[in-house]
Write a protein that binds this ligand. Structure first.
Ligand code: GTP
Ligand code: MG
Length: 275
């Protein structure tokens, strides 16, 4: 091979490339190699090789980006659901969406008198009666982002719309939502917290350890529409498809044996028998 006669910077970058793990680090090292590679006839093939490597790394980077977006649920327009339910907070500019998220969760959204302050989705977790509920701050709705916001609404378990004036409600016609709650801007946060919980229609059940007989103090939350013993088992572990249980509370007898199809009630204590 012809002598490259490159300086120490080139070899340092080559060394960094050799141990680089992320596409970003690889690209940075390759760019340095290119910068410090002497440009003469003997280095042509080396320069071509660096360009090839850069193209490969860029492809790798694009693929990783696509996977990341897909994990989020596509397009970056969705935030993965966490906790018992996802509540999307919608509203016109300055209706106090970010303020509400900051009041009810530990999130730190930009909440200022300037309109259109929020530009992206921001989740936060709110706890009520031991149930974790995810709130989602959204950019203020306007004709330009209406379809994006409507698709967030469709995906959420509850849509909370903050408004200043009744006339604003027209803007939401045609929106599909599993559950819908309207609240006036600057409504008392504690009262709204309870209204959010009530609108979700959740029940809470508690599991009992069969060995100790002790009830777990963290409830399992179920939607009223899906509150069988099997639903509870699936909440606890996605592989627990079929289950029976002994139930204390809604059953005729304490500790009564029930099937997977049994409909649980709020406050029930159950001992799952997983098959
Ligand atoms: N005291 C009080 N101030 C509020 C309340 N809600 C909103 N504000 C204030 O009103 C202004 C706008 O609130 P934001 O939370 O930024 O409104 P937003 O709907 O997120 O608006 P954009 O994201 O900018 O479109 C901020 O200065 C808040 O401090 C509330 O319930 N009480
Ligand atoms: Mg905001």
């Amino acid at each position: 091979m012809a002598s490259l006669n490159a300086g120490p910077e080139y070899y340092a970058a080559e060394g960094r490339y050799a141990v680089a793990k992320t596409p970003g680090d690889k690209l940075e090292a390759l760019e340095e190699m290119l910068r410090f590679c002497p440009k003469h006839k003997g280095s042509q093939s080396i320069i071509a090789d660096i360009h090839n490597k850069m193209a490969r790394v860029r492809k790798e980077q694009a693929r990783e980006e696509a996977v990341k977006k897909a994990r989020k649920g596509g397009g970056g327009d969705f935030i993965r659901k966490q906790g018992a339910a996802q509540v999307a907070i919608l509203g016109f500019a300055n209706t106090g969406k970010s303020f509400l998220l900051n009041t009810l969760t530990r999130a730190h959204a930009h909440s200022t008198p300037a309109p259109f302050e929020t530009l992206s989705l921001l989740p936060g977790m709110m706890e009520y009666k031991g149930v974790q509920i995810q709130l989602l701050d959204t950019p203020s709705i306007h004709p330009g982002n209406k379809s994006m916001i409507f698709s967030i609404a469709r995906n959420a378990d509850l849509v909370l719309i903050l408004f200043n004036d009744e006339s604003e409600k027209h803007f939401y016609e045609g929106m599909k939502a599993k559950r819908l709650l309207f609240a006036t801007s600057r409504e008392d946060a504690a009262a709204l917290k309870q209204r959010i919980y009530d609108s979700l229609g959740l029940i809470r059940v508690f599991t009992r350890n069969p060995k100790t007989g002790k009830a777990d103090d963290k409830p399992v939350a179920l939607f009223k529409e899906a509150r069988t013993v099997s639903d509870a088992a699936r909440q606890i572990h996605k592989d627990f498809a079929s289950a029976t249980a002994r139930v204390w509370g809604s059953t005729k007898f304490a500790g009564q044996q029930v099937r997977g199809t049994y409909q649980l009630e709020d406050g029930d204590l159950l001992e799952l028998q997983i098959r």
